[in-house]
Write a protein that binds this ligand. Structure first.
Ligand code: 13P
Length: 259
């Protein structure tokens, strides 16, 4: 049985005061949702303040990025050890905005993913196709290429802290979500690729979550699909009420048998 994972990716939003208030509100509203792992990913500068705000709660604190080196002359970068030192225990890698806006390569995503897992951070590795790629029928090929590249050199025992987020680029911030059937199809294929890279046991245990315009009104249908093990939420995670409605939809899934 996979414990659902719901993460709030705040992106470059909030300030210190509103971030702390949002974290406190999420901790309170999600306190009863014990069947779901709930995480928030605030901007770097607020990690310390939000770690304090979440102290004693069951919310996982995550960062939106890391660098793969451990220390040294890498101006502007942040290591896995620094994240742990700030109280974070999770991190995103391969987010589409880092791939397509900042220009991160598959190789860089691989180095970051390995560094995160080697440091025992929960690593939410994001993959997904652009609209052009989708229209050319390349969704599954793109997901497979990104997965194989990002996971090259990852030892099977390191996958215990691996979460995959399928986030079709055309669905992010657009209000256009994948249909539950499309998400299920993509996730099932991602799981088959994990089985081929690692083993069927690893594939069965890794959580594969959906991201892209996940909202209170579409969460229940998306999160009910057997291979959709939770969500990575952008815009709706800036409202504790909306975010926690999605967390509750993930928890409702726990009550249902997983096919
Ligand atoms: P939206 O929920 O705003 O579409 O963002 C999704 C996302 O990128 C989460 O990482």
């Amino acid at each position: 049985m996979r414990t659902p994972f719901v993460g709030g990716n705040w992106k470059m939003n909030t300030d210190r005061a509103s971030g702390v208030a949002l974290a406190r509100a999420v901790a309170e509203a999600a306190a009863a949702c014990t069947g779901v792992e709930v995480a928030v990913f605030p901007p770097f500068p607020y990690l310390g303040a939000i770690a304090d705000a979440l102290h004693g709660s069951r919310i996982t604190l995550g960062a939106q990025d890391l660098y793969y080196e451990t220390s040294g002359a890498f101006t502007g970068e942040v290591s896995a050890a620094m994240l742990l030192d700030c109280g974070a225990s999770a991190v995103l890698t391969g987010h589409s905005e880092r791939r397509h806006v900042i220009g991160e390569s598959d190789d860089l995503v691989n180095r970051k993913t390995r560094a995160a897992l080697d440091a025992d951070l929960t690593c939410v590795l994001c993959i997904g196709e652009t609209l052009d790629q989708r229209e050319r029928g390349e969704t599954h090929a793109v997901n497979e290429r990104q997965l194989r590249a990002a996971l090259a050199g990852v030892r099977p025992e390191r996958t215990q802290r691996l979460v995959i987020a399928y986030e079709p680029v055309w669905a992010i911030g657009t209000g256009r979500n994948a249909t539950p059937a499309d998400a299920q199809d993509a996730h099932a294929r991602v799981r088959a690729v994990l089985a081929s890279i690692f083993s069927s046991d690893v594939a069965a245990s890794v959580r594969i979550i959906y991201g892209g315009s996940l909202k209170p009104d579409n969460a229940e249908a998306l999160l009910a699909r057997p291979d959709v093990d939770g969500g990575l939420v952008g815009g709706a995670s800036l409202s504790a009420t909306d975010f926690c409605t999605i967390v509750r939809a993930a928890e409702a899934r726990v009550a249902r048998p997983i096919a």
